[in-house]
Design a protein around this ligand. Sequence first.
Ligand code: ZN
Length: 449
Amino acid sequence: MNQTAEKMEPPRKILRDALKASDLVEEGREAYAAIKALYPICRSITGDGIRQSLRLLQNTVPLVLHEIPSGTPVFDWFVPKEWNIRDAYIKDDKGERVVDFQRSNLHVLNYSLPVRRKMSLTELRPHLFTLPETPDWIPYRTSYYRETWGFCLSKTQLDRMEEGEYEVCIDSSLEPGYLTYGEYRIQGATEEEVLLSCHACHPSLCNDNLSGMTVAARLARFLKGVSLRYSYRLLWIPGTIGSITWLARNEDLLPRIKHGLVLSCVGDSGSFTYKRSRRRDAEVDQAVEHVLSHSGRKFEALDFVPYGYDERQYCSPGINLPVGCFMRTPNGRYPQYHTSADDLTLVSASSLGESLLQLLRVIQVFEENRRYLNLNPKCEPQLGRRGLYRQMGGIKDAGAREMAILWVLNLSDGQHDLLDIAIRSGLPFEQVSGVVDALKEAELLLSTE
Ligand code: ZN
């Protein structure tokens, strides 16, 4: 070991200090810029679209691409054939593209089989999908596990199509290939892990998929620059089959996962929503609800239901990881969900930055939450004599700091960790955790972990 070189490397900040020094507005702008770059790509659960998207994210963080062959058994499933698409259209009898994949990749039913033929509008209709209630929006539809083909278009477009003959072309392929997912692991002081997972399989949809993908990438970049207690594993995977595949390949390391979050829909301007893990009272559940209750914004906590994103797999009974789902407006609860209106105007840099901030605060709880023991438990120790009282006098929020000291001393009986103390006292976690060093220095507190 070259000691000089080691000395020259600046010590890594702990998360608390890095968070104070960071510019989350700028982080939000970077995430938004990444969404803009990813938006045009036609992603799916397999194929070059997801590959290309993961490679783009490598500009932010050097994630690893894993390629799993089609046909690989993963629990009760098989890795599907790989789907790729180059072009698709419906041409009228004048040769004009009335539906054009080049204008929006949502126009193709995702996973459509190749097709090239002439047909009447009547024959074509069963293969056309619209949204009559919002006639200018294109729906997003998939058919991963039933081999068929189709087009999605606005109701307005369909209404303009007259009876007659149409030339239909989907230049796609569905062949043995690979399922691709992205993974990035950051080594912390321990092998215990925090899992952060997002789906990366939707085509041009911003809030549903791109917001989670880019916020996860910013998070990874942030975390790799700080000194950490936990190791962090981030996954960018195709929804459902991706988490099933990852879980089937990594069953041996599941006991290491102490906390986890699925990230989705984190770019819209709605308030925060947290969907609890199946366990309901895992540390992650308490941490997220605590952080959001101090976010200054209203938020909603929902109980686990076996529907939604990949928490369905992480929280299946034989896996049962402490994984919740962090969102702003949840799937299905905003009108633009799974339509062409989930576009670049629905998400914003400020919402992305704010989501990132709350997530980092949750991670700060993971990093700093510990159990301590009050070494002077018989009556209150004399704080003034130890310089703790005077230290309080000079600071603006001395009252809160004093309360935090009293709470930490009172509840550090070996039964309560700092998060318990924060929840019971109503003080923000960072306030509670922020007095620990001073109490340790005064030899009033001892870590029991
Ligand atoms: Zn979706």
